[in-house]
Design a protein around this ligand. Structure first.
Ligand SMILES: CCCCCCC/C=C/C(=O)SCCNC(=O)CCNC(=O)[C@H](O)C(C)(C)COP(=O)(O)OP(=O)(O)OC[C@H]1O[C@@H](n2cnc3c(N)ncnc32)[C@H](O)[C@@H]1OP(=O)(O)O
Length: 314
């Protein structure tokens, strides 16, 4: 296999994997946490929801607002040069054809409602899928004040048209992490433990982008068309935020600090305004989930959440 199908999309694995990102620092406030929560639909169905108001408001005098575990999925976007996958030597691709493929998150301690974070990023994987290249960006985030590790994000991007860079008959595939780190799961055939339905707003992506992912694929009809969609699509991480909020509500009594790790694979795009129906199966300590878009009856996301302690009432 040699060069790729889209001109200008040439990948040099050696160069890509040897790239070193500069350390990044950024701060966030409770306002950022609340805007994120609204962007992933918190209180969207019920403004006084007792399991959600604490994400956006100091309910009953609580000193800090609570932070959804997926808030940390924003951290890789806080790089000084934006997305983090631009200006990587040897990584040439057509940006309008980039799609978010998967997200894996580990949260090691309670997420503060404000703080200063230091990010360390590296390329953790590169795969040649022929029609596409897959790149995995791993970002470990530390609390600046104490130096403690807070979380890790592994973001997988699917670069349509950028595959075909292997120089042997075996497709190139490399990761820096052990394959067993991500739990292999299949969607159970049994009846789900909980089914949760949530309608996204027509303006959902326009609200979500204010949290820091300004890719015009999610806001600009002409860019969406170049990317081969009929209209702007929802950010994958916005959909993931909706789903994990449903898991926290259904299995953690609304307590976001109960979440240990999260995995999600984006199976198909979501258009803002569509209804997400999430089926969840409790397989302690995990909740396996699959989300479908009701209007098209298509699966759009599946994965699992690992929970520290399942309430005994479940
Ligand atoms: C700072 C971090 C950067 C983060 C990125 C930020 C940019 C954000 C962009 C978005 O939010 S885009 C919106 C969210 N994403 C989507 O809507 C994508 C939805 N998924 C799809 O449309 C499809 O799944 C796909 C990605 C186009 C792939 O479908 P396709 O039919 O082309 O693939 P297959 O033929 O089934 O498989 C080929 C090969 O690739 C592997 N694979 C398939 N899907 C994924 C995936 N989602 N993630 C990772 N890998 C995937 C699949 O296993 C096959 O590999 P092999 O099994 O053959 O080895």
């Amino acid at each position: 296999m040699e060069s790729s199908s889209i001109s200008g999309s040439k990948i040099d694995p050696k160069l890509v994997l040897s790239h070193k990102f500069a350390e990044d620092e950024f701060s966030y406030s409770e306002r950022d946490v609340a805007i994120y929560a609204l962007g992933v639909g918190a209180c969207g169905a019920d403004a006084v929801d007792t399991k959600e108001l604490h994400y956006v408001y100091h309910r009953d005098g609580q000193p800090f607002i609570k932070v959804l575990p997926t808030f940390v999925s924003l951290f890789p976007f806080k790089k000084s040069n934006g997305l983090g996958l631009v200006d990587v030597p040897g990584l040439n691709y057509e940006p309008s054809l980039l799609l978010h493929g998967q997200q894996y998150i580990e949260v090691y301690r309670p997420i503060p409602s404000s703080g200063t974070i230091i990010n360390n990023a590296s390329i953790a994987g590169l795969h040649d899928k022929g029609k596409a290249a897959i790149v995995e960006l791993e970002t470990t985030s530390y609390l600046k004040e104490t130096g403690e590790i807070l979380c890790m994000n592994r973001s997988t991007v699917f670069l349509r048209g950028a595959g075909g860079f292997s120089d042997s008959s075996k497709p190139y595939s490399y990761t820096t992490y052990p394959p067993n780190q991500i739990f292999r799961f299949s969607i159970p055939k049994s009846k789900p433990t909980v089914v949760y339905e949530d309608r996204t707003q027509n303006s959902q992506a326009l609200v979500y982008r204010l949290s820091g992912d300004y890719n015009p694929l999610h806001s600009d009809p002409s860019i969406a068309e170049i990317a081969r969609f009929s209209r702007p699509i929802q950010h994958g991480l916005c959909t993931l935020g909706f789903v994990i909020r449903a898991v926290v509500k259904s299995f953690c009594n609304g307590e976001p600090a109960a979440v240990k790790s999260i995995f999600g694979r984006f199976l198909l795009h979501v258009y803002p305004g569509e209804t997400l129906v999430t089926e969840m199966w409790l397989q302690a300590p995990r909740v396996i989930y699959q989300t479908k878009v009701k209007e098209r009856n298509k699966a759009v996301l599946s994965g699992y959440v690992e929970i520290k302690q399942i309430p005994s009432s479940l």
